[in-house]
Design a protein around this ligand. Structure first.
Ligand code: NDP
Length: 392
């Protein structure tokens, strides 16, 4: 039996993981499942997976969690230290699927315990890339990428010499606004931005897909995960989301990983690694798909991608500030405080202010990255207020 902990069990990736774990219940034993505040959903998952422990980050949700688990023998807990404790218990695999920078501390606790990390929470690498990877090396914790594009690259280079690869390409669907004009983008609503054409995902990453910030965050993720210089990383827009990643060898040969847009596939890959488990991800019928198309990203209409790329090249805390400002801006857009095009504008202003305030230095530890994230949020809140005032 493989012992597994599921951080962010109630989310979109979490739901894929619940299905994979249920299908493979003879191979997996679940230690802990966690959520932020959705006690009812978490209790349902804990029962279905026969978890030992269920933890909510929000202490106000503990009473509801206890009630929902009464008589099951499943332990209920709440709060930041309970999350750390659950994540920090050594198991075979911890699936890190909390959304945002909130995932840093629990995932770092899992790394310190030396558990293998199936990493969906890209913010660990975006906000604290060098510190997080150094921590993993120090504690002998293996990082397996769940993000579909990185999972594709991981599968493609497994057992190969990465030095033989000249280019690593991740694909982007282009999001719901791929063909929209700059003028139309200014008037985009949260409902329109949330309607992703190919993937079903949580709200934060759906908005990031619409701005293409998600692909920028993924470049930074790949940079740290695989230790690649920025000039070896590329983005290709591929609206069908069938090809997830490609590697170009020195001799010009290109290998691609392809499959339907279903997170159960990379989740199953990471939970079963190095074996391959059977999973109920839908199978690909290329004849039914017919055509696969590719185009270059348009960084004039989607400036978030260029912002993320330059933060990656700059390093020294710029990706941490970029991510924090983007999280705040996405929330403000969803709350209808700022227009869609003010999201990258908030990020750009926050980076300028952070530079001016002397904040752009590389976080040496995950804790320093969490500190920089907090400082960047203060700057971003100011930028959001100013942009909201202009918009009203
Ligand atoms: P969701 O918003 O669907 O789910 C987020 C999960 O995190 C929920 O379980 C939520 O609990 C929990 N959570 C939220 N805030 C906190 C907090 N402060 N402390 C502890 N737990 C918290 O997100 P996704 O599943 O879409 O994404 C999760 C991560 O995976 C992100 O980093 C994303 O970029 C990455 N990813 C997602 C993909 C996808 O297809 N969705 C694909 C590849 C990567 P509650 O339900 O109680 O709010």
């Amino acid at each position: 039996m493989r012992r597994v902990t599921l951080l962010g069990a109630t989310g979109s990736v979490g739901s894929s993981a619940v299905e994979v774990l249920q299908e493979g219940r003879e191979r997996f034993a679940v230690h802990a499942v966690t959520a932020n505040s959705d006690a009812a959903a978490l209790a349902g998952i804990a029962r279905r997976l026969r978890a030992e422990r269920a933890v909510v980050a929000d202490p106000a949700a503990l009473a509801a969690l206890r009630d929902a688990l009464a008589g099951t023998g499943i332990e209920a807990a709440a709060g930041a230290s309970a999350m750390q404790e659950a994540a920090g218990e050594r198991v075979d695999v911890v699936l890190s699927a909390i959304v945002g920078a909130a995932g840093l501390a629990p995932t770092a606790a899992a790394v310190r315990a030396g558990s293998t990390i199936a990493l969906a929470n890209k913010e660990c690498l975006v906000c604290a890339g060098p510190a997080f990877m150094a921590l993993a090396r120090r504690h002998g914790a293996r990082i397996l990428p769940v993000d579909s594009e990185h999972n594709a690259l991981f599968q493609l280079i497994e057992g190969r010499d990465a030095d033989e690869v000249s280019r690593f390409t991740i694909t982007a669907s282009g999001g719901p606004f791929r063909t929209w004009s700059a003028e139309r983008l200014r008037r985009a609503t949260p409902e329109e931005a949330l309607a992703h054409p190919t993937w079903s995902m949580g709200p934060k990453i759906s908005i990031d897909s619409a701005t293409m910030m998600n692909k920028g965050l993924e470049l930074i993720e790949a940079h740290h995960l695989f230790g690649l210089s920025p000039d070896r990383l590329d983005v290709l827009v591929h609206p069908q989301s069938i090809v997830h990643g490609l590697i170009t060898f020195r001799d010009g040969s290109v290998h691609a990983e392809i499959g339907l847009a279903d997170m159960k596939r990379p989740v199953s890959y990471c939970l079963n690694w190095p074996a391959r488990g059977g999973c109920a991800a839908r199978h690909l019928d290329l004849a039914a798909i017919g055509a696969l198309t590719f185009e270059r990203p348009d960084e004039a209409r989607f400036p978030a991608l260029a912002l993320a790329r330059s933060a990656m090249v700059h390093g020294s805390g710029a990706p941490t500030v970029l991510n924090a400002a983007n999280e705040l801006a996405v929330s403000a857009f969803l709350a209808r405080r700022i227009p869609f095009t003010a999201i990258p504008e908030t990020v750009a202003r926050s980076l300028t202010e952070a530079d001016r305030a002397g904040l752009l230095t590389e976080p040496e530890t995950v804790e320093e990255a969490i500190g920089l994230d907090a400082a960047a949020r203060d700057l971003a809140a100011q930028a959001v207020d100013n942009l909201a005032a202009i918009a009203s």
